[in-house]
Design a protein around this ligand. Structure first.
Ligand SMILES: NC(=O)c1ccc[n+]([C@@H]2O[C@H](COP(=O)([O-])OP(=O)(O)OC[C@H]3O[C@@H](n4cnc5c(N)ncnc54)[C@H](OP(=O)(O)O)[C@@H]3O)[C@@H](O)[C@H]2O)c1
Length: 269
């Protein structure tokens, strides 16, 4: 049994906390003695996670069962962000992809993706930053993706939603800095979680070396946050990929994108 660290009295709120990258954030914060507000839709899973983290690390936990693709869900979390004890770190992590190209999609599915990946991130960031800038301290981590650095998955609107998250975080991060508040976009590459399975995306042909693990992504994100970075891209291989996406000639990227087009809807991430 690991030693129970003493709680440091600070609160973090994590969306999409029950699986994947969000669960890795929750475990890391709890191990560091943070009290946690855990947000996801599945109330049973939230309660089990809260009991496990409280038992193992001696921290306090609150849970909010909310669907962040709805206005009501966002309002519930905004209320907690405006309340006491103050949330000092917000991790906007919940996000989804769709396993179909835009031309075969529906307004309902596209709106759901935008409401979770973009609209909820905007609303919860605004609610948190109003309190944090007033208190002159705090941090917001918005989980984006390397997919946001280029339209290399033609037909996929997921990339566009993550491009918004990265640009938004960089922009707002600069205006929050003078208040002692940090905002950072976290842009992972392929990470082993429930994400692709939930979207029904077959990743069986993705080479093993491309995969990251969620605790390593979280460790690097928190190191980059301490350094004051506005954008964090974990692992050297995805740093290289992002440099390529940012600086490679447009025509080369178009060729790569054409090659990917035939695979959309079957095995893209
Ligand atoms: N995995 C990757 O390869 C990868 C790569 C780059 C970026 N990302 C990004 O990383 C973030 C986390 O993804 P992940 O891979 O950790 O996903 P995951 O394993 O599928 O976990 C998703 C979490 O979000 C919650 N969630 C889903 N829909 C929600 C909704 N409408 N309202 C509230 N909570 C919701 C889920 O719980 P409930 O189902 O109970 O709500 C779960 O806790 C996402 O923003 C994703 O875009 C992932």
């Amino acid at each position: 049994m690991p030693p129970v660290p003493s709680a440091n009295g600070r609160w973090a709120l994590i969306t999409g906390a029950t699986a994947g990258i969000g669960a890795a954030f929750a475990a890391r914060f709890a191990a560091d003695g943070w009290h946690l507000v855990l947000v996801a839709r599945d109330a049973t899973r939230l309660a089990a996670q809260a009991a496990e983290l409280t038992g193992r690390y001696g921290i306090e936990t609150e849970t909010i069962a909310a669907d962040l693709s709805t206005d009501d869900g966002c309002t519930q979390v905004e209320r907690r962000l405006a309340a006491s004890p103050a949330v000092e770190t917000l991790v906007n992590n919940a996000g989804i992809s769709l396993n179909k190209p835009f031309l075969r999609s529906s307004v309902e599915d596209e709106a759901r993706l935008l409401r979770l990946n973009v609209h909820a991130v905007m609303r919860l960031s605004l609610a948190a930053l109003q309190v944090m800038t007033e208190r002159r301290g705090g941090a917001v981590i918005n989980v984006s993706s390397v997919a946001g650095f280029g339209a290399v998955m033609p037909g996929s609107t997921y990339s566009a939603s993550k491009a918004w998250v990265t640009n938004f975080s960089e922009s707002v991060g600069q205006s929050a800095r003078p208040f002692g508040v940090r905002v950072m976009a976290l842009c992972p590459g392929y990470t082993r979680t429930e994400f692709h399975q939930r979207a029904g995306i077959d990743m069986s042909k993705t080479p093993e070396w491309l995969w990251l693990n969620a605790p390593a992504v979280v460790d690097e994100a928190l190191r980059d946050l301490r350094k004051g970075k506005l954008v964090s891209v974990p692992s050297w291989k995805y740093k290289l990929a992002v440099a390529g996406l940012r600086h490679a000639p447009r025509r080369l990227l178009d060729v790569i994108a054409r090659d990917t087009r035939g695979r959309i809807g079957r095995d893209r991430g």
